[in-house]
Ligand binder design. Structure first.
Ligand code: C2E
Ligand code: MG
Ligand code: MG
Length: 657
């Protein structure tokens, strides 16, 4: 292509007017030049690419038809047109162009936005070459212009698609993180190197404390040398700036999807997105994004405090409560929101999102349809919960668990009938942990399956020892089974194996299952129950009375024992005071009647009854009068080592009730 060639004398003939060329030299040279000129003219005129010669006065000397067509004009009319009528003057390329004109560079490639005559923009790649005269002095420039509008629009389109959710058209997770990271930016001091999500920070050099301020704003003589000056710097850097995040999740969205179909679910999401965007997106300051599924986020880039965020969350919840018209029906949804608000310097994008996620989870756990503001204390607790959960399995392998036993005492004669096995975690750092601290975590993580299996074996082994030492006592062991053990593992096989391994007769094993675990996820009683009962094992319903089951229904299942929850017995605590009919007395009286009726009904249905949480003699006595069979509680004995049970068995009775 001619323009690529910078040999000037070959191109001078191109220009018709201002150049006094070819005034000397042999005819053959003139001929050659003329031939060259006509070749170039033809190429110039017919080129598919836009071309223009531009003089040093920034006016067009000549433009070809392709260039003229690109901007909706006629080539002849472009002669003497100032280039600023066609392009936007921009600083940097202009500076480079002037360098080119001065001969300091020979070529320049820029992307330029040209003005079409009808007003719209034409994106172009422009290559500008300097044309020099015979003596090497700059004369004018040749611009070759390629229309890249379509590529550019396509690129924009792709960029848009990469950053937006196709269903709701809201900014997606990628854009959300891009904006969030930009807030923290390379100016983030200490965090910049720590935040794994801050993409820019990863490649950035060690952050210079002066960078966030920019040159000129900080007197360099005031630049601190020691790290102890940093806090002041962060203030200078305007890093009192705050950020807020509302992390939104619709309640029960999965059910809508399942019952009404995905198309209804999708339409609902679109409607929710529209409401959120309309209500809360504001220019650069706020971003409403869809983070996935039915999760949305409102990012407040310039928060002025947690109150702003919590009232935003409240407003948001209220806004979503209004019914939605979707697919010809009215749908009512609620949302749970986790709110985090803090100073930017005190956090990282990762922590912000992690805490928002935890807070959203609290909203769900506390009953949904609400917002919850992040609470660092609760968060710290969460941390240890998480640590404990991951430590469970290794702890089991290291043998950090033990089982304590608490006697189950016959109320009629005060003898020990059996003992409940209660697991403990002897944690090397936190001391002895009660099961309430880690059993729920073990259930969540699935670690309950190996842990429960271990407890089962350990307890059976212990009961077998009691049997060997006291062959006539027939002391049984009562082991708690978690719902997940029954639903998710082959509990029947595990129990059979434990009995076989330890040699304990099945009749000396009782399994405690809560009401909710007896009925599986589908609301039907779990099959394992019958299989276990058929093996000759006794099944007890633990914490009875805290659920909703129907006693008559339970009695039709292979269940043998009801363990009344401790809360029933609480009212039994004080002896009825001297016949004085105060409210306390009346309540005690009512509790006694309820328990009495329950015991009678259970007996009529063929169940035996155990009461939990007996703490004093009067409770024990009152309970005995109701006809309750066995009892368990601190009054008789606290949970303790297996040897305590043996000692009581040796004595014959724990305490006369
Ligand atoms: P649970 O099965 O209802 O066990 C009775 C709980 O009441 C035990 O708490 C026991 O120490 C406590 N307790 C006994 N007597 C009294 C009393 O007089 N007053 C009061 N206030 N409490 C009394 P612990 O040992 O902390 O166990 C709590 C729960 O942890 C158990 O409740 C049981 O649901 C669960 N658990 C314990 N060990 C295991 C296990 O090996 N596997 C499973 N899945 N759960 C277990
Ligand atoms: Mg129990
Ligand atoms: Mg219980």
């Amino acid at each position: 292509m001619p323009g690529r060639n910078e040999g000037t004398d070959r191109f001078c003939p191109v220009c018709s007017g201002p150049l006094g060329l070819g005034d000397s030299g042999p005819d053959s040279l003139v001929d050659a030049l003329q031939a060259s000129e006509s070749r170039f003219r033809a190429a110039f005129a017919d080129a598919g690419i836009g071309m223009a010669l531009i003089g040093s006065d920034d006016r067009i000397i000549e433009a070809n038809p392709a260039f003229a067509a690109m901007i909706g004009r006629e080539a002849p009319n472009l002669v003497r047109t100032h280039i600023h009528e066609i392009i936007d003057p921009e600083d940097t390329p202009r500076r480079l162009y002037l360098e080119l004109l001065r001969g300091e560079r020979d070529r320049l490639r820029v992307e330029k936005k040209l003005k079409h005559r009808e007003g719209h923009a034409v994106w172009s790649n422009v290559t500008i070459s300097l044309i020099r005269d015979g003596a090497g002095h700059p004369m004018y420039t040749l611009a070759m212009v390629e229309d890249v509008t379509e590529q550019r629009l396509l690129g924009d389109q792709l960029a848009y698609q990469a950053m937006h959710d196709p269903l709701t058209r809201l900014p997606n997770r990628t854009l959300f993180f891009e904006r969030l990271n930009a807030l923290f930016g390379p100016g983030q001091l200490a965090e910049a190197t720590e935040a794994p999500d801050a993409a820019d920070a990863a490649d950035a050099p060690v952050p210079d404390p002066v960078d966030p301020v920019g040159p000129g704003e900080l007197d360099s003589s005031a630049r601190p040398d020691g790290p102890d000056r940093l806090p002041q710097l962060t203030e200078l850097a305007g890093q009192g700036k705050r950020v807020g995040l509302c992390y939104v999740d619709l309640d029960g969205f999965a059910a809508i999807n399942e019952t009404l179909g995905h198309h209804v679910g999708d339409e609902l999401l679109v409607a929710v997105a529209a409401r959120l965007e309309h209500g809360f997106a504001r220019g650069d300051g706020r971003l409403v994004a869809r983070l996935g599924g039915d999760e949305f986020a409102v990012l407040v880039c310039d928060s002025d405090g947690s109150e702003q965020l919590t009232s935003l969350a409240a407003e948001l919840i209220k806004m979503l409560e209004e019914p939605f018209d979707v697919a010809g029906q009215q749908l009512v949804v609620t949302a749970s929101v986790g709110v985090v608000e803090r100073r930017i310097v005190e956090t990282t994008p990762t922590d912000l999102l992690k805490d928002a996620d935890a807070t959203l989870y609290w909203s769900k756990a506390d009953g949904r349809a609400r917002w919850t503001l992040y609470d660092p204390d609760r968060g710290a607790h969460q941390l240890t919960r998480q640590r404990l959960a991951t430590a469970l399995r290794p702890a089991l392998e290291r043998g950090e668990f033990t089982v304590e036993y608490q006697p189950l005492v016959g109320l009629a004669d005060g003898t020990v009938h059996g003992a409940e096995a209660l697991v403990r975690w002897r944690h090397p750092r936190y001391g002895t942990l009660s099961p309430d601290r880690f059993i729920p975590l073990a259930e969540e993580s699935g670690a309950i399956v190996p842990l429960g299996k271990w407890v089962l074996e350990e307890s059976c082994r212990q009961a077998k020892r009691w049997l060997l030492e006291f062959p006539d006592a027939e002391t049984f062991v009562s082991v708690n089974l978690a719902a997940r053990q029954i639903w998710d593992s082959d509990v029947v096989a595990d129990v059979a194996q434990a009995l076989k391994l330890t040699g304990l007769p099945a009749r000396l094993l009782q399994l405690e299952i809560t009401e909710s675990a007896v009925l599986g996820p589908g609301g039907r009683p779990v099959q394992a129950l019958q299989a276990l009962a058929d093996m000759g094992i006794r099944i007890a319903i633990d914490d009875f009375g805290t659920g909703y089951s129907n006693l008559a229904y339970l009695s039709r299942l292979p269940v043998h024992v009801l363990k009344l929850d401790g809360s029933f017995i609480e009212g039994f605590r004080d002896p009825a005071p001297g016949g004085r009919p105060d409210s306390r007395f009346r309540r005690t009286d009512a509790d006694e009647q309820i328990v009495g009726a329950m015991v009678q009904l259970a007996h009529a249905l063929g169940l035996t009854v155990t009461a939990e949480g007996i703490e004093n003699a009067s409770q024990a006595e009152r309970l005995r009068l109701t006809g309750c069979d066995t009892a368990q509680g601190w009054y008789f004995a606290r949970p303790g080592e297996a040897e305590r049970i043996a000692a009581i068995l040796r004595e014959g009775r724990v305490r006369s009730a």
